[in-house]
Design a binder for this molecule. Structure first.
Ligand code: FAD
Length: 800
């Protein structure tokens, strides 16, 4: 098998990894083109200092880094000197403990060190400046150019062609598919083109009509002259690579000198079009002139942390260019518009081999089985997130924040506000505290609900969980179960699927039987061909050939669009519509007098269209909070009227507005899973406790065949744990001293009166009553596996 003809644009560390991984899987009709010389092309890989710190809040990124380190060790392109991150503030010390939790959760060996242990590992450190450290023994230095060379050599051995000094000028398409790459040496026919052009990515992608949300930014890297403490060092590096994130700094040795990287300077973005050509650049295209003024604070901080450098000089430096995205994650996948045009962009050396492997699996097998790519897919963005201003602002901000301590709920500061639901003016009047959800301003709680606190004794979580939190969250959660509340659900994606082929299409693409009568609502899943969960959706049949799909994000739209036959129409109706969840025991008392729809006759998981007062609505009897009520949809222009109608009628029933904080607590009490946090592409429905949403006997559907096998081999389970402490998610779970899993979502359950944490655990440890511990900063929080759902297992509230 030689596979289709593939052209990889870019022989940096990403293009080289992809060529190696593709050819290893039997695709050998592969050509790698680069405008520069190979292996030192003049791109970012040619001057990267190559520090590989593997720990990351993203499980996927950690796993890709681990794969890269292991592969580079095998290629003799890695100095495994370990990695040390030090804390000089109490906040950073806590953050290192959190990062240690991630490492353990994702299965990476890591150790917390005392100041003395830090100094023993890195003799240049002034231990009096350090409060502690995080040490990862398998971290180290990637020799990027050597790794490029080694991977390309292996690929060439399998028949891959490498064409240096070939500049790509254009990409030809025919009938919506790529057919050739135009270079300054002529055309290269291609069925698949992969853009691995690094900082030039936006320019190259534009040749295929694709906007890449990526910003090249200059980053300072300086080299000292000889440092006395390193005198006579004959090996390139012996001490661990070092990070001093409190001052935006990192360090590596090079014999008796030090390389110093600095993120503390002003952002210096440029556009891909501004990058100089290979032969025009003084040093190389990705290197700009060093600006010493920007580096001054870095040198001062360095001399304080590593006193020996006071006897050294900064001898040289660069402002080197590399890519930043709007969310710190890479851009991988196929263009939505041009078949066969793929990108692997905004990738650090650290993750490069992992990305190469993931892309190769995706191309050859149709999906990636080694890593969960839902965070990395280039089609994850909402349209506004592709606006050039947004891309640049967020790229710059992410540069500034690269080492900052970011709370999981922390919203971006700029640009805001972006997307406002029609309810926004009323929410603001009620003192909503807004956080960000895909650009939407979404209330977390409402200060106007403070009087609800009277007479309630609500526990305060620890300091980390208490950020972006108020006791009002608890009061809103409890009051929802007592009366009735309005929840703004507008931020969730809504898709309209219609046309003569709509039913057959949805039967094939989802796991549920959506062929039920008009008015039915079905909770089901989108699966990949390997049975992995791509999303969970609710499909409402609004007409014989018309469905509303409640989805999770843009990837769902992309997935449906890619599979859509010609007789099906697909429309994202999110922006033109809005949704209020009206939930609570008094929901029917509130809504029934306002509508002609017989709400008692409207059973659970059924929908109806009608009016609430003057507002045309679609009502679906669903509830993610586990209470009687409906998701009520209308067009955006009528949203405010819908809110006002429900609000004024609800006064006598004690109606309140509920925020996302309360929603999450209520959802976890009911055990409702959230895609992206609780389950992702790597999990199947049976492991995730969602087997009920799979109708194996309805006929064939995407993923069915794989599920038949996976159903019989459930080895891990998404499990409900009860705790006395509120954790936040991504913490490791221990059985004794052994790390056995990790937390997905967590919150306090204000009805059940306990902390709730969902976690992935081996099936053997998932039985109710099993005692475990959760690693939370420096604590081991006792946790016990509980029967789920915790609240109203008989469903009396929902069906009432
Ligand atoms: C100062 C600095 C320090 C860094 N430190 C680290 C670090 O310590 N650890 C880490 O993990 N990462 C680090 N990085 C980031 C890392 O270097 C990059 O993210 C990585 O090298 C990108 O690899 P790439 O293959 O995507 O891009 P590149 O190496 O830039 O390769 C892209 C290739 O595409 C080619 N190309 C572009 N356009 C065309 C065209 N039209 N025709 C033909 N060829 C084309 C270019 O010539 C280039 O060779 C650092 C970056 C900088 C600047």
């Amino acid at each position: 098998m030689t596979g289709p003809s593939v052209v990889i644009i870019g022989a940096g560390v990403v293009g080289a990894a992809l060529a190696d991984e593709l050819s290893a899987r039997g695709w050998s009709d592969v050509t790698v083109v680069d405008q520069g010389d190979v292996p030192a092309t003049g791109g970012s890989s040619s001057h990267a200092p190559g520090l590989v710190f593997q720990v990351n809040g993203s499980k996927t990124m950690t796993e890709m880094a681990r794969y890269t380190a292991e592969k580079f060790v095998a290629l003799d392109s890695f100095l495994q000197v370990g990695g040390l991150e030090v804390a000089t503030s109490t906040q950073r010390l806590a953050e290192l403990r959190r990062r240690h939790g991630w490492a353990v959760a994702w299965g990476l060996e890591a150790h917390l060190l005392t100041p003395q242990e830090c100094a023993a590992k890195h003799s240049l450190l002034d231990e009096t400046k350090v409060l502690g450290g995080l040490y990862v023994p398998t971290d180290g230095l990637a020799k990027a150019v050597k790794a490029v060379d080694a991977q390309l050599a292996r690929a060439q051995g399998r028949g891959v062609r490498v064409l240096p000094r070939h500049e790509v000028l254009d990409i030809r398409t025919q009938d919506g598919k790529v057919c050739a790459v135009v270079t300054d040496h002529g055309d290269l026919p291609a069925q698949v083109v992969v853009c691995c052009a690094g900082i030039w990515g936006p320019k190259v992608a534009r040749m295929a009509g694709m906007e890449l949300p990526l910003t090249p930014l200059a980053h300072q890297l300086a080299w000292t002259g000889p440092v006395p403490g390193l005198a006579g060092q004959s090996e390139e590096a012996t001490r661990p690579i070092l990070r001093h994130q409190d001052a935006d700094l990192y360090y590596r040795e090079r014999f008796d000198t030090l390389g110093i990287g600095y993120y503390g300077h002003r952002p210096m973005p440029i556009t891909a079009d501004e990058i100089l050509a290979v032969d025009e650049a003084e040093v190389m295209p990705s290197v700009l002139t060093f600006t010493p003024g920007d580096f001054a604070p870095a040198w001062e901080e360095t001399q304080a942390l590593l006193p020996d450098t006071q006897k050294a000089e900064v001898e040289s430096g660069i402002n080197g260019l590399f890519s930043f995205t709007t969310d710190h994650l890479p851009l991988m996948g196929q263009s939505p518009d041009v078949e066969g045009f793929w990108v692997a962009e905004a990738v650090w050396v650290t993750h490069s081999a992992g990305v190469g492997r993931a892309m190769a699996e995706w191309l050859v097998d149709g999906h990636c089985s080694s890593f969960d790519l839902h965070e990395c897919d280039v089609n994850r963005f909402e349209p506004h997130q592709l606006a050039p201003d947004y891309v640049r602002d967020r790229g710059c901000q992410n540069y500034v924040e690269v080492y900052d301590i970011i709370h999981p709920l922390q919203p971006m500061e700029h640009p805001r506000p972006l997307r406002l639901s029609p309810f926004h003016p009323r929410q603001r009047d009620l003192g909503a505290v807004f956080l960000d959800a895909s650009g939407w301003e979404r209330p977390q709680w409402y200060d106007a609900n403070a009087p609800l606190l009277d007479g309630r004794d609500l526990p305060t979580p620890g300091p980390w969980a208490a950020r972006y939190w108020s006791p009002i969250v608890g009061a809103e959660a409890q009051a929802t179960r007592e009366a009735v509340a309005l929840y703004d659900m507008s931020a969730l994606k809504r898709l309209e699927v219609s046309g003569p082929g709509a039913l057959a299409f949805l039967q094939r693409i989802t796991t549920g039987d959506v062929s039920k009568s008009v008015g039915s609502v079905t909770y089901c899943l989108l699966l990949d061909t390997d049975g992995g969960i791509r999303s969970d959706v609710t499909v409402a049949r609004l007409g014989p050939d018309r469905f509303q799909v409640g989805a999770n994000g843009n990837l769902d739209l992309d997935w449906l669009e890619r599979h859509r036959p010609a007789d099906v129409f697909l429309r994202d109706v999110t922006a033109g519509t809005c949704c209020l969840g009206v939930w609570g025991p008094k929901a029917r008392d509130l809504v029934q007098p306002l509508t002609g729809i017989d709400l008692t006759a409207l059973k659970y998981f059924r929908g109806a269209r009608g009016f609430i007062g003057n507002v045309p609505v679609t009502m679906l009897r669903l509830s993610y909070v586990g209470e009687l009520g409906w998701e009520i949809y209308t067009t955006a222009d009528m949203g405010l009227k819908l809110w006002d109608t429900l609000w004024s009628a609800g006064r006598e029933h004690g109606v309140l507005a509920g925020g996302r904080g309360a929603f999450t607590s209520l959802r976890l009490e009911k055990g409702y899973r959230s895609f992206g946090a609780d389950m992702t592409f790597e999990h199947d429905p049976y492991e995730a406790g969602l087997g009920f949403a799979v109708k194996l006997d309805k006929g064939d559907f995407v993923g069915r065949r794989a599920l038949l096998e996976r159903k019989e081999s459930v080895r891990r389970k998404l499990t409900c744990l009860l705790t006395d402490e509120v954790v936040m998610g991504k913490e490791p779970v221990y059985d004794g001293e052994r790390a056995v899993g990790y937390v997905t979502s967590a919150a306090y359950g204000y009805t059940v009166g306990r902390g709730i944490a969902y976690a992935w655990l081996p099936a053997s440890l998932a039985s109710p009553g099993q005692a475990l511990h959760i690693g939370y900063f420096d604590q081991r929080v006792p946790a016990v596996v509980a029967e789920e759902p915790l609240f109203d297992p008989a469903m009396t509230r929902l069906r009432g």
